[in-house]
Design a protein around this ligand. Structure first.
Ligand SMILES: [Cu+2]
Length: 151
């Protein structure tokens, strides 16, 4: 199968159309999104994981879901340590405390991208729409970093 990097496929349609206004950080009323990235993933059809920090400058909010053209099935996940074995579990939502942070980071909460539509190569940008209970939809482009990137 011919591999295409994301920026030349799905991302190009979404990112380039909105490139002038889309930064790698985003804000919505009451929320600041920063420090986001995806880890590189070698194959279309495989899975990818993304991370981001969400700060509430006001009341609490709840991350309900995310969407992206980068994969077939986006899910919110966490890691649990069960008898010394780290396992991933889907979570229904992620809370952002009032005036505080929801931190999605390796080993913990993450944006799980199941069934990548293209490989994730370093330097690509993954367009992500975060969907919040109060703030609604917030779009952010997350850069792809190395496969073992921690931040
Ligand atoms: Cu996961």
């Amino acid at each position: 199968m011919k591999q295409r990097s994301l920026i030349s496929a799905a991302a190009a349609m979404v990112v380039l159309g909105a490139a002038a206004t889309q930064a790698q950080e985003a804000s919505a009323p009451g929320l600041e999104i920063s420090g986001g990235f995806f880890r590189a993933a070698p194959m279309a059809g495989g899975n990818g994981a993304g991370f981001v920090t969400i700060h509430s400058t006001g009341p609490a909010d709840v991350l309900l879901a995310f969407s992206t053209p980068a994969c077939e099935r986006p899910e919110l996940h966490t890691h649990l340590n069960e008898d010394g074995i780290m396992k991933m579990r889907q979570v229904p939502s992620i809370e952002v405390p009032a005036g505080g942070n929801a931190v999605l980071q390796p080993g913990g909460l993450h944006l799980m991208c199941i069934g990548l539509t293209a490989k994730l190569a370093m330097g690509d940008l993954v367009p992500v729409t975060l969907e919040f209970q109060n703030a609604g939809k917030v779009e952010v482009n997350l850069p792809v970093k190395g496969p073992g990137a921690m931040n």
